[in-house]
Design a protein around this ligand. Structure first.
Ligand SMILES: [Zn+2]
Length: 76
């Protein structure tokens, strides 16, 4: 039974240790953001995270207005 108690104490210490590692000391650093897929607005070409884009069919748009306008024609 004492081994189990020792294991619980070690696990708790490890938990506190890893929790202190993950916390920045000065608090000014930005929280790490997971790498997110970037997409380009089919109308104006601005890059934005896929999670913030508006999807319409196979195209992504930065805002509702551009989604209504639809994909811009290539200027070549
Ligand atoms: Zn746009």
């Amino acid at each position: 039974m004492s081994k189990l108690f020792l294991f619980a104490v070690l696990a708790f210490c490890a938990y506190l240790f890893f929790r202190s590692l993950g916390r920045p000391k000065n608090g000014s650093t930005r929280p790490p953001r997971p790498a997110e897929e970037m997409v380009a607005c089919a109308q104006c070409g601005v890059n934005l995270p896929a999670g913030e884009s508006l999807r319409s069919g196979e195209h992504s748009y930065c805002c509702e207005e551009h989604r209504v306008l639809g994909p811009s024609k290539p200027r070549h």
